[in-house]
Every structure is written in structure tokens, then in C-alpha cells.
Write a protein that binds this ligand. Structure first.
Ligand SMILES: [Zn+2]
Length: 456
């Protein structure tokens, strides 16, 4: 039997024109549905001054300003807890008893958001959209996935495993909160060929595995790495390190507030995330200027904030949802030959992380990008040191960098100058590098912080 090329040949090979037809039909239906079934959306649409019936074209839709963000989502949840005794928010559009999946996001600050709450149909929609991305990233039925995202507390990380079963893939879910020696023991008997985790966890495993077993991590037999949960995983030096250590290929995918189905492909050079389910949601085609919030033309190379709109969702559809992520959009076809009509997306950074050094905007991810381009002379671990509350920084921007094993103290001043020069050449930002010994910044298995906040 010839292996199929795509997960969903029918939907992923529609022409742009065909898919736009499907989208516009579904968009108009979704807007009417939200207006009819939720007080929240009635209020929001009225405030923005439009009625669902008035949205007849793509241009009509693009003119609508952003309608909600995470804080609105939280406020909506607080209101539904108070008035209706459930945490899903007054933007819930279906009867409460139809919700069969309830997963929260992070919740490190304040009330966790129940964005990953689905009806039975939404759950199927999620599995379908996600499966297309997994397929593009190289997952196939029969794979065995070592699943090392944090699983505890109903966190949304566990939701990314349901599409595996949908595809016929074994999920060995152990969770990142398990002590690493237990994970290694478990992996040695279950013999997975895929690792799904954050990049930080995968990096930690490269160092922990030899210490525990006396063998290199490549002995584990992991041939595919599907890493997510942290932005900026597209850094070539880190990718090379991962692929070299595991002896496999690395792809990433991004799940953003239960929408935005996307995954990187198997092209040799990183090409960004392909949008794989234009029929299920809108993301990179609804781009706004991060500062003025006005629409930006979506053309090859455009940079802006993408607004999320659900298509074909019952429980908690999102409409014009402002994520606070800045992305770059590529519309030209990719060398991998993926035929889908969607754009490719590179994640630039969280808007809330953006710093201004003498008025020049810079994302910590690009600072990390510059630092890691100096491996193997540096380990790649770094922090942006903040001695005053962000975002406005008095130059120079302070960067703490781990030098690598074997680098002489006498070589450090020149290396610092090289890094500072490259920061200035590429981003016109004055910086000051301070070196610390290898592993001085510690290693974590969840999310590696980008900042050291000294002003607190
Ligand atoms: Zn591609």
C-alpha cells in the first residue's frame, strides 16, 4: 500500500480560492451562531458596531477591531462563575452539559483559562486539525511517542496527546513532572521512537541520560522530536545540537489557545510553521499592527500580531482574539512541497516580552538567537538581565551568557565583543555580555526563563 502524503488529502489540497469559499461560509455561520448563543458576543459585536449579517466579505471581517484577549477571557470566566456557577465564561455558546473536555492553560498568574474546553464535536475538530500538523511533522501510525509535557493539574499539555490515538499512534505518557531517572527507566523498557516535550526538557535529557546510564542519549532510539511549548525553537544551533545528540529529526508545532493548527515540515532548513487547517480557524490571514492594532496587509514577510478566529466550533469559539504574539508570515510555497493553501509562520516573540533599548524594539528570543549562534564556544544558555522594570531599558542591554567547557578565560573578552558587535549589526542594540561558567544558569525541565529580574 502506498502511504498517503497528507493526513487529510481532501482539505489540504484545496486551492486558495476553494478554501476561501469554505472559510467565508463557515465564518458567517460562526458569527451568527456566537451572536445568537452568547451574551458576551452580543455585547462585543454591538460595541464594535456590527451585526453578523453585515459581514459578507473578507474585507468586511478584516475591518472589525480585535474583540478579546486573555484578560477578557478571564473576566468572562469570573462572570460565569459568579452568575452561573461554572468556570467556562459567558462566551460559552452551548449548553453546559455539552462540554466533555475541560483543560486549562498555565495559570501561573491569576485564574487559569479554560480555553481547551470542548464539546464532543469540538474534540473531534481538535484531533483532526492537530493530526494534520503531526502528519506533516512526520508522525505516522505505529509510532511510539514518549510524552513528556507536564500532565498535572488538568493542564492543556495533556490535550495534545488525544490526536495521537486518533491517528493510531501509541502515547507513552509519563509527564515531565516525573523524576528524570524514572522517565529514563520507563523509556528504556518501552523503547519509544518519538519524543514529545518542550525543547528545555529534551535538552535536559541529553545531559541526564549519560549520567544515569553511562550511554549517550542516542542509545534511546528516538528518531523524531516533536517539541513545543516554548517560542523560538527554530534556532539552528539548538536544532543541530538536538538532532546531533538524539540522532533524529526535530520538528516543532504550536498550539495557541486551542486554535491555529500548525506545524513545521521536514524541509532541511527551518521554514516556519505551515498552517494546516484553514477550514477550521483563521490566524495569520488576520494580521494587525502590534502598536496601532490596525489591519496589516498579509504579504510575504509581513510582521504583525495574528488574530485568532474559530471556524466550526461549538463550545467556546474565539472571535478576533488577540494573542499578544508577534509573527512573521510567509506566503510563498515551501521547498518541502507541502501543497496546502495556508501560509507559513515564524514566531517572533511575546509582545509582553518586547524591550525597548533607546527606542529600538527587541525581543529576548532574538537575543538568544544571537547568543546561540556562537555555539560551540557558548553553551547556548543565557538570560537577559533586567536591572530596571521593562520595557524601557537604559543601554547597554545586559546579557548573561554561559561560556562552553574548554573555553579559556583569556578568550572571553574577545568573545564578548564579538557577541556585542553582532547584536549591534543585526538589531542596532547596544549590549554588554557577562560570562558565567557552564551550567551556572541551571537546567530546568519545563520552561527556560529568558529574563533575570534583578530590579525586583
Ligand atoms: Zn515546508
Amino acid at each position: 500500500m502506498v502511504e498517503k502524503k497528507l493526513w487529510n488529502e481532501k482539505m489540504e489540497t484545496l486551492s486558495r480560492e476553494e478554501v476561501e469559499g469554505v472559510r467565508l461560509r463557515r465564518l458567517r455561520k460562526q458569527l451568527k451562531y456566537c451572536y445568537a448563543h452568547s451574551e458576551f458576543y452580543r455585547r462585543k459585536f454591538d460595541e464594535a458596531g456590527f451585526q453578523p449579517d453585515e459581514i459578507k466579505t473578507w474585507e468586511d471581517f478584516r475591518k472589525i477591531p480585535p474583540l478579546m484577549d486573555k484578560e477578557d477571557e478571564r473576566q468572562s470566566q469570573r462572570e460565569s462563575i459568579e452568575r452561573f456557577g461554572h468556570p467556562f465564561g459567558i462566551h460559552l455558546c452551548c449548553p453546559l452539559e455539552k462540554i466533555v473536555v475541560a483543560k486549562t492553560t498555565g495559570g501561573t498568574t491569576g485564574l487559569p483559562t479554560f480555553s481547551y474546553s470542548f464539546t464532543q464535536n469540538d474534540s473531534g475538530r481538535w484531533d483532526e486539525g492537530t493530526a494534520r500538523g503531526y502528519w506533516l511533522a512526520g508522525l505516522r501510525p505505529g509510532d511510539r511517542v514518549l510524552f513528556c509535557f507536564p500532565l498535572s493539574g488538568g493542564w492543556a499539555g495533556s490535550i495534545v496527546k488525544t490526536p495521537l490515538q486518533y491517528m493510531g499512534i501509541l502515547c507513552l505518557d509519563i509527564g515531565a513532572e516525573t523524576p528524570v531517572e524514572k522517565i529514563v527507566e520507563y523509556a528504556n523498557v518501552t523503547r519509544p521512537n518519538v519524543l514529545m516535550s518542550t525543547p528545555s526538557f529534551a535538552e535536559g535529557l541529553i545531559e541526564a541520560y549519560p549520567k544515569l546510564t553511562g550511554k549517550p542519549v542516542s542509545e534511546l532510539g528516538i528518531k523524531k522530536l516533536l517539541l513545543s511549548g516554548e517560542p523560538g525553537v527554530a534556532i539552528p544551533s539548538i536544532r543541530n545540537k538536538m538532532e546531533g545528540a538524539f540522532g533524529g529529526r526535530w520538528n516543532d508545532y504550536l498550539m495557541i489557545n486551542s486554535e491555529g493548527f500548525s506545524s513545521s515540515c521536514t524541509a532541511k532548513e527551518y521554514q516556519g510553521l505551515h498552517e494546516v487547517a484553514l477550514d477550521l480557524s483563521i490566524w495569520s490571514d488576520d494580521l494587525i499592527d502590534p502598536d496601532t492594532k490596525k489591519p496589516i496587509e498579509v504579504k510575504d514577510g509581513a510582521i504583525g500580531e495574528g488574530l485568532i478566529t474559530s471556524l466550526h466550533r461549538e463550545g467556546l469559539p474565539l472571535i478576533k482574539y488577540k494573542l499578544g504574539d508577534v509573527i512573521q508570515v510567509f506566503t510563498k510555497s515551501c521547498e518541502c512541497g507541502y501543497p496546502g493553501p495556508g501560509n507559513r509562520i515564524k514566531h517572533i516573540g511575546r509582545l509582553s516580552d518586547r524591550l525597548f533599548v533607546e527606542g529600538v524594539g527587541v525581543f529576548p528570543i532574538v537575543v538568544r538567537d544571537v547568543v546561540t549562534s556562537f555555539t560551540p564556544r557558548v553553551t547556548g544558555a543565557m538570560r537577559v538581565v533586567l536591572t530596571e522594570p521593562p520595557p524601557h531599558i537604559t543601554p547597554p542591554l545586559k546579557i548573561k551568557v554561559e561560556y562552553a567547557q574548554g573555553v579559556e578565560q583569556s578568550q572571553l573578552p574577545d568573545l564578548a565583543r564579538e557577541i556585542e558587535d553582532r547584536m549591534f549589526q543585526l538589531y542596532k542594540v547596544q549590549s554588554k555580555v557577562e560570562f558565567v561558567p557552564p551550567e551556572a544558569l541551571g537546567r530546568v525541565t519545563k520552561k527556560t526563563p529568558l529574563f533575570e529580574e534583578k530590579y525586583r
